[in-house]
Design a protein around this ligand. Structure first.
Ligand code: DCP
Ligand code: MG
Length: 364
């Protein structure tokens, strides 16, 4: 198989909490819960594995977390520091290969096909990478390796923390078969529920459905989903050289509902995106806002303008329109993002827009 690829998915363990434990040695070995204050309806961004034993997890109200884990130490997030650590880790990834696709601050795909081609084993490359990240940053990264992105991503999560799972070429389907469908990239909780209704519980069940069923359930996405269920998706690792979108986003320590504050944040994000577009000398047509609600539902809303632009004002006003439509009574936001896509003649830009979960500026 000449076109076989080797792909790593790397994801840091308990990222924010791990950075706090690294910088504050007195926190090591203790249950640490990073997030907003329990008094002001803050939520948990992440918890150290010591706290997870008590059932504490991301997106849980901090007040609940404190109740479940009274000895837990609540730490306010320090996003600048996390960004800095993220850059260090991404630099290490880039040392191994140019083909790095960051998905968020603590997560990336790496295409290591060329490295394997020079005689190295995927397992050896993964072990080296884990060691380098740990020696140079003090953080632990879990790694999954496979012949496609969806397999690598699922593999990296399987033995967390400090996990390393290599799925050998040819084993993809057997590896995926027993896992719940919800683990598959693109199958959210709602879709999973619908699939359960059809008796599809595992990825193996999904892989054996007839094509008519796929077409009915997934329409245009049918082929892509089936390929993923078989562990054969051919999605490339998208590097930053030809970005399809440029976006900026920020997470708040406490949920925000005040329109003026939201508008202020939107202005900053729009300015960020606009200056990045100018630097890259590109103009976009499609403005996207990404919103995360207090309950962690994530929404994206987008609109396509009549002409290409990189103007801060145009981006800002379009984003504001999209946001105000979502600002219903009692709704508070945990994350706000602004993105621009549809560059130049790139007609398929908008459809392929993926806004990564990034703390600051990101290029996809
Ligand atoms: N994050 C957040 N809100 C969420 C999920 C994550 O603010 N709902 C932040 C905090 C995490 C970081 O993003 O540290 C990375 O997210 P992960 O999902 O990778 O979670 P962790 O790295 O914390 O833990 P894991 O070991 O499960 O990867
Ligand atoms: Mg992580």
């Amino acid at each position: 198989m000449p076109d076989m690829r080797h792909i790593i998915h790397a994801d840091l363990d308990a990222f924010y909490a791990a950075v706090e434990q690294l910088d504050n040695p007195e926190l090591r070995g203790l249950p640490v819960m990073v997030g907003g204050s329990p008094q002001s309806r803050g939520v948990v961004a992440t918890a150290s594995y010591e706290a997870r034993v008590f059932g504490v997890h991301s997106a849980m109200p901090m007040a609940t977390a404190v109740r479940q884990c009274p000895r837990g130490i609540v730490v306010r997030p320090r996003f600048d520091r996390y960004r800095e650590m993220s850059r260090m880790v991404m630099d290490i990834f880039h040392h191994l290969t140019d083909l790095v696709e960051p998905l968020s601050l603590d997560e990336a795909y790496l295409d290591i096909t060329d490295q394997v081609g020079t005689g190295k084993l995927p397992l050896g490359i993964a072990i080296d990478l884990k060691r380098r990240v740990n020696e140079e940053t003090g953080l632990n990264v879990s790694i999954g390796v496979g012949t496609c992105k969806s397999v690598a991503k699922i593999a990296s999560d399987l033995e967390k923390p400090d996990g390393l799972v290599v799925v050998a070429p040819g084993d993809e389907r057997d590896f995926l078969a027993p896992l719940p469908v919800g683990k598959l990239w693109g199958i959210g909780p709602k879709t999973a529920e619908v699939l359960h209704g059809d008796g599809v519980e595992t990825i193996g069940d999904l892989a054996t459905q007839p094509d008519e069923w796929y077409a009915r359930r997934f329409g245009k996405r049918a082929q892509g989903i089936k390929a993923k269920a078989l562990g054969q998706d051919d999605d490339p690792v998208k590097t930053e050289r030809n970005p399809k979108s440029i976006s900026a986003e920020t997470t708040f320590a406490e949920d925000l509902s005040n329109p003026e504050e939201l508008r202020g944040v939107l202005g900053k994000l729009s300015g960020n995106v606009s200056s990045h577009l100018s630097r890259k000398d590109v103009k976009g047509k499609t403005v996207t806002v990404k919103l995360r609600l207090a309950d962690f539902t994530t929404l994206t809303r987008q609109t396509t303008l009549a002409s290409h632009t990189n103007s801060e004002e145009a981006i800002m006003e379009t984003a504001w329109k999209l946001l105000t439509r979502e600002m219903t009574e009692g709704r508070a936001f945990r994350l706000l993002g602004v993105g621009m896509s549809g560059f130049g003649d790139d007609l398929d830009g908008p459809q392929q827009l993926v806004l990564p979960l990034f703390e600051s500026l990101s290029i996809d």
